[in-house]
Design a binder for this molecule. Sequence first.
Ligand code: NAD
Ligand code: UDP
Length: 314
Amino acid sequence: MNRKKILVTGGAGFIGSHLCERLLKEGNEVLCLDNYFTGSKENVIHLLENPYFELIRHDVVHPFHVDVDEIYNLACPASPVHYQYNAIKTIKTSVMGAINMLGLAKRLKAKVLQASTSEVYGDPHVHPQPESYWGNVNPIGIRSCYDEGKRCAETLFMDYHRQNGVKIKIVRIFNTYGPNMNPADGRVVSNFIVQALKGEDITIYGDGTQTRSFQYVDDLVEAMIRMMGTGDSFIGPVNTGNPGEFTMLELANLILELTGSKSKLVFRPLPSDDPKQRRPDISLAKEKLGWEPKVPLREGLIKTIAYFDDKLKQ
Ligand code: NAD
Ligand code: UDP
């Protein structure tokens, strides 16, 4: 069997752990690289008994040499609380991490996929967001370390491709949720579920009318693998997300219903530069990847609630 060797940076994180599991299931050899800033060995501990899985502690801001066929570059804190904790480190991770992984791909003639984000669209004036939209990003705000870091990483990917012929793929990921999210991560789905399960107040930032589109992690992993499998002529960027759009109030009420919780909604100040609306236009993913999300929010939340319920009992 022709086993591919695949490097997943940020592999011990929420999305990375699901990706590693799926790539192993498909018979690949997986090298999971992580510095455990927001990820955890617990997310991948069950994979350690597989002889084709390897866990490596490393920080992507430093060069890394290994012989692989494909690289999925996911290393980067993703929740506002964590990426703002050390903003300079966040931008270094995006930019130097991209340079190091692109350099590695160039030397090896390997394919490299960048986990980019809907944050490249900032607080969008075009709705829903197609890949052709250049975005509305504040370059000097508290979210810039993440947004501009990811935008610069996309630039680097395109320039390594144009200048050095590196085989790249860029995926713009919209809000994704599911098991293995860090309960202390600060993102809205994990916050609301943990608060509801503990009977604590549900913290709505602003008036709760801002919208997001939530994608279940299995749908995302499917899209990423399909994207990596496309021919050299399609490099993206391609949006991956679930076009179902919900206000934070709707999300909170759905989580209250599904958990049967008596938690109360409380209103907190809206963080600055918080996008008012977000929904992916997924026409390109449908056309090029033959992909669309399969898991509706209600179904995905039921699985995620079960995960957090177990986790809180441990
Ligand atoms: P996560 O925080 O769970 O995972 C990120 C992983 O990267 C963690 O395991 C962390 O320890 C690791 N990491 C951070 N800095 C590192 C460094 N310098 N060197 C090595 N490892 C490092 O977040 P996630 O939700 O799984 O996000 C994974 C990727 O997907 C990120 O690049 C993120 O920007 C992108 N993304 C996620 C979402 C989402 O909604 N979850 C949306 C858009 C983009
Ligand atoms: N949010 C909220 N309560 C929380 C956490 C987040 O109302 O406890 C809001 C946040 O202000 C934003 C939305 O939920 O409008 C999504 O936030 P998240 O941090 O999950 O993702 P992002 O803002 O990066 O899309």
